[in-house]
Design a protein around this ligand. Structure first.
Ligand code: B3K
Ligand code: ZN
Length: 871
């Protein structure tokens, strides 16, 4: 395996030059795009070495010419090798002109300038700009960009870049040009260019100071009618950021472009966001409620970056969470305000526990601010994004909403226009509030999920209640010893009627701490870590009956939900132990009754029971096992779902029917909640243990729902039920579905996901066949994620004991890595967890990893994941 060297945070030094302005001229051509960059450099007075040579990054491009202060340099006056253009002796101040040639049509990595559906677009974060021209491609070098885009009028009627359009015109040869100027100095990763045949959907927004901003969404003609929800979401986000953070948009135009080929969700380029079309396009017939939610969240996320990311950016890529953790926190808060705060919190916490905790306990674990990396693209992770957001949320809990806002205001005031570090952010929070956050900084530097042990003592005579909380954090790669974290833990004490007698935020700052509550008349029931205020694991001494009590009474919705999850988990773990020892796994009566109460609950927002009725996810159950046993997890969980159906069939059916609606589809929180509970009942009605046949009348319910649905939410939910219940019936519906939707790539992705996640035998064979289907393309990341990525999450089939699932993944990585290393590295995630499985699977997974590691010419992305996994 090639050895790629790591970059370390401790080695950071300022760039020896500053660049005040750059004029970029891009003459578009699929195979021969010519880029000219004219820029003004000057020595950086803050740099240590005032004699340093000029070094620019440049990769995957042809260097045509270099001119310094108007003089073209001879070949021996510079060196261009290994990704660096080096000019030894340069004056104090100079103009540099660099010409490069690139081939967007053959750019399958989707970094830099590439073609998607025949249209040009760019992705420069983190290090894509160096594939366009030679440049100091690092976020602390900020310049004012003026960009002239030149392209054929016929195939590229639309020519876009960041900022404001300042000039446009025609040439005699059928080409035209547009010049854009962005007055805000920015790092190269925020540069964007889009050109092609696109239509524009227009709207406008009046900012809090009365300025009119034009809002433009650019899509292919066929998608013209699918932009209304994205536009609404954008306007809501703009208003919310004004109201909650006092942040106003700063340019006259805000543009969003949707493209089908995109490695991530979207990109916050200044004034010109480029989006994966999945996060823009929606119509009731094609998008589900969760697609609608996702669009609202991602549109808001990218918009919020304008202040947290663009106006204030990162000093270096180690600080990625400075913008990502903070912006995820902001988008989560926005979504909570737009819909149900309780539901939002449950979903976000669940994501942390299922995805981030797993990452944090495996070979690729890293702190929220990593100390080193080989390939930065491997660090756009749940830890940097979502744990980073939890760290911000803890600050919000510690300082309160008003204190947090004061800290944000100070942060903007101090650092607007700068490239800064995570310390700078925490310092602003500290200074604005006079609150010592030095110990808190550990959250940025120590990886691993802390675990809290909780014990309670109650003294009847003294009416004293003492809570003892201890924290520990397991070793993670490169970090054996951990210091105690500083964290807020919200707790409630409930009396026997279920009322709160206390609701407090405890500050845990030592390994073990005692919290004493006086005047407690009777032993209370403890509701610990309310709203998941601290992103930690908890081992509590609560009895099953206490969990059932909290499920019924806790006024903190997160803990009400979590009590059910904990109880469910205990039952599942017992069931798994029984099954492994050849005994029947039976769901206990206590849980059956709690389930019945949730089902009968007509008071709550239906979205709550819809979440609470779902048994803990396979991934969460697996994390609790010393050795993951995929069959046991799957069979016992399915068996319990079947037992719940047998016991509550009449009630499930009644609730399913009661929740139906004759009104046409409309996306709203209430309606989405109703649909999710109804679809949850539908899924239970077809729940079957492996090998058990689903009764025809129950399966028909789903088939009928599929046929009658006027919207994708109900259609896709019904289809998922049928696909997992009955192979023949599922195949028939999947064929119908494809015939109807084959022209719509986002809907076709849903079909791929359903096929790849089907838990029935034979799935791998079908997935292999789908690789050859015209609906699949290895070049499109959405297709790769929907088919291969989704299959990697199919616990039962991916972990087939013969290792066929692993071999399949290795084949895919081998094919994909030369095309798109970023996407290839992400596919490896399930294999990185190999040490968590039994000896046979470990051996198969390890061998697969070794086969991948032995592939010639492996990318930096894949090599880094391999090296960590095999250590
Ligand atoms: N900042 C982009 C991520 C770019 C990923 C580069 N590999 C999306 C976002 O977080 O808003
Ligand atoms: Zn982001």
């Amino acid at each position: 395996m090639p050895q790629h060297s790591a970059i370390h945070l401790k080695d950071y030094t300022p760039y020896p030059f500053t660049v005040s302005a750059v004029h970029l001229t891009v003459e578009l051509d699929p195979t021969q795009t010519k880029v000219t960059a004219r820029s003004s450099f000057r020595r950086n007075p803050a740099a240590e070495n005032q004699q340093a040579a000029l070094e620019l990054d440049g990769e995957h491009l042809e260097l045509v010419s270099v001119a310094l202060d108007g003089r073209r340099l001879a070949a021996e006056e510079y060196i261009f090798a290994d990704g660096t253009l080096r000019i030894e002796a340069v004056p104090e101040q100079f103009e540099l002109e660099i010409a490069t040639r690139i081939a967007p049509a053959s750019n399958t990595a989707l970094e830099g300038l590439y073609l998607s559906s025949g249209n040009y677009c760019t992705q420069c974060e983190a290090e894509g700009f160096r594939r366009i021209t030679c440049w100091p491609d690092r976020p602390d070098v900020m310049a004012v960009f003026t960009v002239t885009v030149i392209g054929p009028q016929a195939s590229c009627p639309v020519l876009l870049s960041n900022g404001n359009l300042i000039e446009q015109g025609q040439f005699d040869d059928g080409r035209h040009f547009a010049t854009w100027h962005d007055p805000f100095p920015k790092p190269s990763y925020l540069f964007a260019l889009v050109a092609g045949q696109l239509v524009r959907i227009e709207d406008s927004f009046t900012t809090m100071s009365g300025r009119e901003v034009s809002l433009h969404i650019y899509v292919e003609e066929r998608n013209r009618d699918k932009c209304a929800h994205a536009m609404q979401s954008l306007k809501k986000a703009m208003r919310w950021d004004e109201e909650v953070f006092g942040r106003e948009y700063d340019l006259d135009t805000y543009m969003i472009v949707a493209v089908d080929d995109f490695n991530m969700g979207a990109m916050e380029n200044k004034g010109l966001n480029v989006f994966n079309s999945k996060y823009v396009l929606a119509q009731p017939e094609t998008a589900t409620d969760s697609d609608y939610e996702g669009i609202e969240a991602v549109i808001a996320h990218e918009y919020f970056h304008n202040w947290t990311g663009n106006r204030i950016t990162c000093r270096d890529w180690f600080q990625l969470s400075l913008k990502e953790g903070l912006t995820v926190f902001r988008d989560q808060e926005f979504s909570a305000d737009m819909g149900s705060r309780a539901v939002q919190r449950i979903q976000d916490a669940n994501y942390i526990r299922n995805i981030q905790f797993r990452e944090d306990s495996g070979p690729t674990a890293h702190p929220v601010r990593p100390a080193s990396y080989v390939e930065i693209n491997n660090f756009y992770t749940a830890t940097v994004y979502n744990k980073g957001a939890e760290v911000i949320r803890m600050l919000h809990t510690l300082l309160g909403a008003a204190g947090f806002r004061k800290g944000m205001d100070l942060y903007f005031q101090r650092h607007d226009g700068q490239a800064v570090t995570c310390e700078d952010f925490v310092q602003a929070m500290q200074d604005a509030n006079g609150f010592d956050l030095s110990q808190f900084q550990l959250w940025y530097n120590q990886a691993g999920t802390p675990s809290l042990r909780v014990s309670q003592e109650y003294d009847v005579a003294d009416q004293d209640y003492v809570l003892t909380v201890s924290q520990s954090c397991p070793a993670t790669p490169g970090q054996v010893e951990k210091q105690p974290f500083f964290m807020p833990v919200r707790i409630g004490l409930l009396d026997s009627s279920g009322k709160d007698i206390r609701d407090e935020v405890l500050l845990l700052d030592q390994e073990t701490k005692e919290f004493r509550f006086t005047g407690i008349a009777a032993k209370p029931v403890l509701s610990f870590n309310r709203s998941f205020a601290a992103p930690v694991k908890v081992e509590s001494d609560l009895q099953d009956e206490e969990l059932a009590f909290l499920m019924a009474h806790d006024r903190d919705p997160f803990n009400r939900w979590d009590a059910g999850q904990q109880l469910g988990l205990r039952c599942l773990l017992q069931g798994i132990a029984d099954w492994q020892q050849g005994r029947a796994a039976m769901l206990p009566e206590l849980f059956q009754q709690a389930f019945a109460r949730l089902l009968a609950d007509e008071e709550s927002d239906p979205a709550f029971p819809a979440l609470a009725l779902v048994l803990p996810a396979e991934g969460w159950i697996s994390q609790q096992l010393a050795v993951i046993d995929p069959e046991a997890v799957f069979i016992v969980r399915q068996g319990f779902r079947s037992q719940l159906r047998q016991r509550h069939q009449a009630e499930l059916l009644a609730r399913y029917q009661q929740l139906s609606s004759a009104a046409p589809y409309c996306y709203s929180g209430d309606e989405a909640g109703r649909r999710s509970l109804r679809n949850c009942c539908l899924a239970y009605l077809s729940a079957a243990a492996p090998g058990e046949v689903v009764a025809a009348d129950l399966l028909d319910l789903a088939v009928n729902q599929y046929r009658q649905a006027d919207n994708m939410t109900d259609a896709a939910a019904a289809l998922a039920v049928v696909v997992n219940a009955d192979r023949a019936a599922g195949d028939a519906l999947l064929a119908e579905f494809y015939a109807k939707w084959q022209h719509d790539p986002l809907v076709v992705d849903k079909r791929l996901i359903l096929q790849a996640t089907c838990s029935l035998p034979g799935t791998l064979q079908r997935v292999r066949e789908l690789l050859l289907h015209p609906a699949f393309s290895m070049k499109n990341p959405n297709k790769v994620r929907s088919l291969i990525g989704a299959f990697g999450g199919n616990l039962r089939q991916f972990h087939a004991p013969d290792g066929s699932g692993y071999a399949f993944l290795a084949d895919c990585v081998a094919e994909l890595d030369p095309m798109n290393p970023q996407a290839a590295a992400r596919l490896l995630t399930p294999l990185t967890q190999w040490k968590r499985y039994d000896a046979d699977r470990q051996q198969l997974m390890r061998r697969t990893l070794e086969q991948i590691a032995a592939l010639p010419g492996l990318s930096r992305d894949v090599s880094e994941v391999m090296a960590k996994s095999l250590q």
